[in-house]
Design a protein around this ligand. Structure first.
Ligand code: CA
Length: 240
């Protein structure tokens, strides 16, 4: 599957070919333009995921194109590629709203890495979705309705128990310090004892574990805090 469609705006054919080759090899679709006018037209018609922009072009300069694109396509990531290495040029590009600036000659692998980083940062990938369902083993937490199910049976949780459960499930498999649980669930301004956490964990276990005095999911990490085990199978393996 393609990682995205990159428009390469560059008038020097060998450089354009080099970039094209490296991007294609890294799973990107590539479209090319050799002038500013052509670039503007392609952006409107083909909706690329990112524009790689040279500064010195025959008809207009990259800064001008960058300014225009920022107005017409505010969310479109732009990476400037230029032979000019002066700091002022770089600052100007970033001031005009470019997302990154790469100086020629560049390492093609670095260029690809930077493009990926900009795409990640600007969230062009469709995988950015709000997670409102957390699942582990027999548990299913719907954060929209704030309801916890165990094998389709609804378990009634109090507010703090729900918040603890949510945090533990979000970071399942990772031991979380008691102090962090206290800060995140009760707030940093709460003047309570970390024992408050233990009390609530105990209550939570009574609701979620088959045998609360021998928990297999919500486990204690001695001298540290608590951890939600990834699944029943893993916990059995550790238990044996
Ligand atoms: Ca050029």
């Amino acid at each position: 599957m393609s990682e995205g469609k990159i428009l390469v705006v560059e008038d020097e054919i060998p450089i354009r070919m080099l970039i094209h080759f490296n991007l294609q090899r890294s799973n990107f679709d590539v479209i090319e333009a050799s002038t500013g006018k052509e670039a503007m037209k392609i952006v409107h018609e083909q909706n690329p995921s990112l524009v790689l922009l040279d500064i010195m072009l025959p008809d207009m300069n990259g800064f001008e194109i960058c300014t225009k694109l920022r107005v017409s396509h505010p969310g479109l990531p732009i990476v400037i590629v230029s032979a000019r290495s002066q700091d002022m040029e770089k600052i100007m590009a970033l001031e005009l709203g470019a997302d990154d600036y790469v100086v020629k000659p560049f390492n093609p692998l670095e260029l690809v890495a930077r493009i990926r980083s900009v795409l990640r940062r600007t969230n062009q990938s469709p995988q950015k979705q709000i997670v409102n369902k957390l699942q582990s083993g027999p548990y299913f937490l719907d954060t929209k309705t704030q309801q916890l199910y165990k094998r389709e049976k609804l378990l009634k949780l109090r507010v703090r128990e729900y918040q603890l459960m949510k945090l533990l499930l979000e970071r399942k498999g990772e031991p979380i310090p008691r102090n962090e649980l206290l800060d995140k669930v009760w707030g940093v301004n709460y003047f309570g004892d970390p024992k408050t956490v233990d009390v609530h964990i105990r209550r939570l276990r009574e609701k979620i574990e088959d045998d609360p005095s021998h928990p297999v999911f919500l486990i204690t990490v001695w001298g540290f805090g608590y951890c939600f085990r990834e699944s029943e199978i893993i916990s059995n393996e550790i238990e044996n």
